[in-house]
Design a protein around this ligand. Structure first.
Ligand code: FE2
Length: 158
């Protein structure tokens, strides 16, 4: 499997959902720090405040340098994530459409597998495998965390 669910991880409490919009509203898009220029369809806002505290206290992983809210507003190009951590742990708040697909590709850009990931469910994937998201018709907002803490990611999960 290229994308695995973490069904036994705790869901973000509803009283913290408003914090997600507050973080987006800061306008503090950090993507340019990673790629050197703003990439319009993809924004990356550092998680701060009570949501950061909750994540730090409740998730069973060592959180890496990436702990952000991302907002994707259009289909993404196929890419690999370049960051200090190999694995991405994500939690979607708004899917960005009814049939948005997270796709994985080999190094010749042949499609390997597609997933329609539901909201409010922790999941993870290897960010060094080519991937993108397609069929986005509305803002797709999610927590995205980098980790190398493979012992806490279930490789046997579906
Ligand atoms: Fe990515």
């Amino acid at each position: 499997m290229y994308l695995n669910y973490l069904h036994n991880w705790p869901k973000i409490p509803e009283d913290l959902h408003h914090a997600v919009q507050s973080i987006v509203d800061t306008g503090n898009d950090e993507l340019h720090k990673f790629v050197g220029a703003a990439y319009d369809p993809y924004k990356l806002y550092p998680i701060i405040g009570p949501l950061k505290t909750w994540i730090t206290n409740h998730l069973p992983i060592q959180i890496g340098s990436c702990c952000h809210i991302h907002m994707i507003t259009n289909d993404l190009v196929i890419h690999k994530d370049y960051m200090q951590e190999k694995y991405k742990v994500n939690y979607i708040f708004t899917t960005g459409g009814t049939d948005v697909k997270t796709n994985f590709y080999d190094n010749d850009f042949n499609l390997l597998q597609s997933y329609v990931v539901p909201a409010f469910t922790w999941h993870w994937f290897d960010g060094t495998i080519n991937h993108n998201a397609t069929k986005i018709t509305a803002p797709r907002v999610a927590i995205t965390i980098g980790t190398n803490d493979v012992d806490r990611l279930d490789f046997r999960a579906s």
